[in-house]
Ligand binder design. Structure first.
Ligand code: ADE
Length: 429
């Protein structure tokens, strides 16, 4: 099912040769084996076609898991275009398979420069979507900044990640957001699992794949103790690392302390750091002061959405020497003679150096995405512009389906227990 990949002036995907397409198809099928919730929604969508006639512009990490989401949206009747939500996270074989085998126009090339990244987003927006599906809010940002001509056709959107929800909430607070967006990230079946277990495992996987360093016995500094930071710290602890947490929120800092981690200011942590992982969603969390205090040879990387958490411009401007040691591993020698090792250009190390969150957790995140697209078709007309939570019924349904797929059974409340929970008369007996 050949699409028109790489025709005309713009390159859409890195390759469309048969071997790459076949590798992408295998990888997509491999992920699908661990995505039973999404598969069950896909079967229902194929019968009921709830997205018939909808044009969906999805700006997501182009991975095998995303491919299975796109297949589900298509099964529901949607016309889907896909572009990358990060210049370094694309799996080129998956992009090739989507274009050539699944007939989904995909604009994504691993390692694309910033101009190409935005050209691909613009090409996807040219589809004139009814629904936008973002991971980091770059499509919504682009549409509101320079592509306002497509606004009138849009019924709503979804957002996959914490950073995107933060940006969209800021837009809504400023009165700038022009359509309703469902914050998929905030579903419990999303962030309890994907952000915590997914980021935790895949981030360490990225560090290990890039460096092949032993984790046991090394000191890890984690900046940020949200769901992602908690996951990274827990997995690192399990791998035998000594974990230090840096956090600005007093409650989260206290939680990290009671979870058994050392908590301290960044500059102090820098002196002990072997590996530093940022997951804050903020800017310049590792800055000049941290670099100057850092131990020689410290490895620094980021697993937050944007490459803004590490002050790379400072590093580039201040380093006396710079060289690439191996793919995605760059060494900067500072004027004080100390070496700083930067992984994956400061972009998401879990998606750049590894393969992102495992399919088992993306199953729930993307089940939420598919159900929220259906929800928007049914309900968006009644929603004012703003950021909306995933309805609890959808979240609970995803949890029920996941438990069933895992063969885990649970108790149900008896009538007496349900009545008790709704009553107030009975106290100490
Ligand atoms: N975000 C984190 N991991 C991902 C994956 N495997 N696919 C798509 N988006 C992701």
């Amino acid at each position: 099912m050949a699409d028109c990949a790489n025709k005309g002036a713009m390159r859409f995907v890195a390759s469309t040769d048969a071997a790459t397409v076949a590798a992408g198809c295998d990888r997509i099928e491999w992920a699908d084996r661990d995505m039973p919730v999404l598969a069950s929604i896909r079967e229902r969508f194929a019968r009921e076609r709830p997205l018939e006639g909808m044009r969906v512009c999805a700006c997501l990490h182009v991975t095998s898991e995303t491919a299975n989401l796109v297949r589900t949206l298509k099964a529901g009747g949607a016309d889907v275009v896909l572009c990358a939500s990060n210049p370094l996270s694309t799996q080129d074989d998956v992009a090739a398979a989507l274009n050539e085998h699944y007939g989904v126009r995909t604009y994504a090339i691993k390692g694309e420069d910033t101009a190409t990244y935005y050209a691909h987003i613009d090409a996807a927006i040219d589809q004139r979507p009814h629904i936008t599906m973002d991971d980091g809010a770059d499509v919504v940002g682009r549409i509101h900044a320079s592509r306002t001509e497509v606004l009138e056709g849009i019924i709503g959107g979804t957002e996959e990640t914490t950073t995107g929800v933060v940006r969209l909430s800021a837009m809504a607070a400023d009165g700038a957001l022009r359509y309703p967006i469902v914050a998929v990230n905030d579903a419990r079946t999303k962030h309890f699992f994907d952000n915590r277990y997914g980021t935790g495992q895949s981030t360490l996987d990225g560090v290990v794949r890039a460096t092949n360093r032993l984790l046991a016995g090394r000191t890890l500094v984690v900046s940020g103790y949200g769901w992602c930071g908690r996951g990274v710290a827990a997995r690192a602890c399990g791998a035998g690392m000594r974990v230090i947490v840096c956090e600005v929120d007093p409650l989260k800092a206290l939680e990290a302390h009671m979870d058994g981690f050392r908590v301290m200011p960044s500059v102090e942590a820098a002196r002990e750091c072997d590996v530093w992982i940022t997951v804050t969603g903020d800017i310049n969390v590792v800055d000049e002061a941290e670099f100057l205090a850092m131990k020689d040879g410290a490895i620094v990387c980021n697993s937050g959405h944007f490459n803004s958490e590490i002050n790379i411009p400072w590093l580039e401007a201040s380093a006396a020497e710079r060289r690439t040691l191996k793919p995605l591993v760059e060494e900067f020698v500072l004027e004080n003679g100390k070496r700083v090792i930067l992984l994956a250009e400061g972009r998401l190390v879990n998606l750049s150096a590894a393969e992102g969150h495992p399919a088992e957790v993306m199953d729930m995140s993307f089940a939420n995405q598919a159900l929220c697209a259906e929800y928007l078709v049914q309900r968006a007309a009644g929603l004012a512009p703003g950021v909306y939570p995933v309805p609890d019924e959808l979240d609970d349904e995803v949890a029920r389906l996941k438990l069933a797929s895992l063969g885990v059974r649970i108790d149900t409340l008896s009538g007496e227990q349900r009545r008790y929970l709704m009553s107030w008369q009975m106290g100490t007996v």
